[in-house]
Design a protein around this ligand. Structure first.
Ligand code: XMP
Length: 507
């Protein structure tokens, strides 16, 4: 992405750094996160942001930056929290270390509502999370905002170097995005980030890397792998898309995935391994054991079908990459599989044979790319579905009988959600088996059957989730249809558990 004048965000370790990238992209500019060691490789950015971080500038080995090199870019620089403290020291000021932590909301009172604070309220809420504070200010420095107690919380050195003590990237800073926007207006050459241009670059890059070799990718029917496969197809390279059907899919899902690819004109190969998976899972009840069996077998089946792959393409997204980059402080990207046996992939990766074309994109950008590739809306807006499939919705042993019950109940529930328009308003929904038999009455006879639990949640990132207040009428119709139409179920429950403490899936 060298050609696009991007915003380089340098990571000093704050938990919010990824959000800075997100906000800048929301403003329509391409931003990229770099670990500090990558500073020499940031190319030609149009603006630079130094993130916050958990350390203190007074520590002997505190994260540092080559200030001459930073100045040599000649572009606007914004230091956030630790970034501001570091800049103040670099310009000849100082920072006072403190053990006391200021955490939470504070008032921002700009000296003037212009420049970085153009268009802002006279007083605005911002979010603080720091211990140290700037003390002596260098001669070229102005205080451009204070908090409610008159303490400086924002500095400007010269024309285009800014510092802010608070975090503009979190939503608790009410006008934070506006501040970032104002900062970016100081850049001369930032180019708007357009997914169409990005797509063109991706296609050219894929053609160049793949050349006449063959590239293999796994598809699951999910958004990321679908966009990846369609992208490779669009690039016109020699591509094989392999769909491993582990038999833990939802009702008619295998056919749906094949039809979807058919209607997009992208050939896929299906490997039906359902028997193998069910046999391997027979008698296993421990959730993590089930996951391990499924993961390992999945890798085996996939690699058996791949043969001598020259190149492997994976649908790794940006959050996966930066999560591991900031954790491991290395460029090695996390491998997106739901399995443990990744040795062969690691080996290929070390040889530069793993392509991750989506690795610079967030999920909604992948969807935008998918739209520009002509992928239908319903495919791009499918609910997430876990790699181990219905196994995580089937506590206890996974048997074909249980899977069939889950599939039928799930299809009824999802059908009602789609019909009523609730599907798109919910982040994820499913039916999970409660393998406990209770007494009921069916016709004139007593029944002794299992219960099914319906779950519908909203979430932003799957880390937390809340259950959805679906209309009673929808739940009633779903329940009626399940009780009348699915053999083996005599009770329908609705799951009203938040995450935490519950998880989204049952296992
Ligand atoms: P939990 O149940 O942990 O789920 O709250 C959070 C999100 O992750 C999905 N999930 C998985 N996805 N392999 C996957 O690929 C897994 O083993 C797995 N477990 C949970 C789940 O569907 C939800 O979206």
């Amino acid at each position: 992405m060298e050609e696009i004048q991007h915003v380089a965000v340098l990571d000093f370790g704050s938990q919010y750094t990824q959000l800075i990238v997100r906000r800048v992209r929301e403003l329509g500019y391409f931003a990229k996160l770099y670990a500090l060691e990558e500073f020499p490789d940031i190319g030609k950015p149009g603006a630079i942001i130094l993130s916050g971080g958990p350390r203190s500038t007074s520590e002997p080995d505190a994260p540092d930056i080559d200030f001459d090199a930073l100045q040599a870019f000649g572009v606007p620089v914004l230091g956030v929290c630790y970034g501001m403290q570091l800049l103040n020291i670099k310009f000849g000021g100082s920072v006072q270390a403190s053990d006391k932590r200021e955490y939470g909301p504070a008032k921002l009172v700009p000296a003037e509502t212009k420049g970085l604070y153009e268009g802002l309220s006279r007083e605005s809420q911002v979010w603080m999370s720091h211990s140290d504070t700037v003390s002596d200010l260098p001669s070229n420095c102005q205080v451009i905002a204070r908090n409610q107690h008159g303490t400086p919380v924002s500095l400007q050195w010269g024309e285009r170097w800014f510092g802010i003590q608070f975090h503009p990237e979190v939503t608790h800073s009410h006008e934070g995005t506006r501040i970032l926007h104002n900062f970016l207006l100081h850049a001369e050459k930032l180019e708007p980030f357009r997914i169409e241009d990005f797509k063109k670059e991706l296609l050219d890059g894929i053609r160049e890397t793949v050349g006449t070799k063959q590239v293999v990718c796994g598809v699951s029917g999910g958004v990321d792998s679908t966009v990846l496969a369609v992208l490779l197809h669009e690039a016109g390279v020699n591509m094989r898309a392999i769909f491993v059907d582990h038999g833990l899919m939802r009702k008619d899902e295998g056919d749906e995935v094949r039809n979807n690819f058919h209607r997009m004109g992208v050939p896929i190969e299906t490997v039906d391994a359902s028997e193998r998976f069910l046999t391997a899972l027979a008698g296993v009840t421990e959730p993590e054991k089930k996951r391990e069996i499924i993961g390992n077998l999945f890798i085996d089946v996939f690699w058996d079908s791949v043969g001598n792959a020259e190149l492997l393409a994976q649908g790794t997204l940006y959050p996966d990459v930066i999560e591991s980059a900031s954790n491991a402080k290395s460029k090695a990207s996390k491998i997106k599989t739901h399995h443990n046996r990744v040795d062969r992939i690691l080996e290929l990766q070390a040889q530069g044979k793993v392509l991750e074309p989506l690795a610079e994109l967030f999920k909604d950008e992948v969807r935008a790319l998918g739209t520009s590739l002509g992928i239908p809306h319903d495919i791009l807006h499918r609910h997430p579905f876990p790699g181990p499939g219905l196994a995580v919705r089937c506590p206890g042993e996974v048997t074909e009988e249980r899977l069939e019950i889950i599939r039928n109940c799930d299809a009824i529930f999802i059908g009602h959600l789609k019909e009523s328009g609730w599907y798109d308003r919910v982040w994820q929904a499913y039916a999970g088996l409660v393998p406990v038999k209770t007494v009921g009455v069916k016709g004139d006879e007593r029944s002794y059957e299992w219960a099914i639990s319906l779950r519908a949640v909203i979430s932003e990132d799957a880390m937390t989730a809340d259950w959805v207040e679906l209309p009673y009428s929808l739940l009633r119709e779903t329940s009626n249809d399940i009780l009348n139409g699915v053999k083996g179920i005599n009770r329908v429950l609705y799951d009203v558990s938040t995450k935490p403490p519950a998880s989204i899936e049952w296992e």
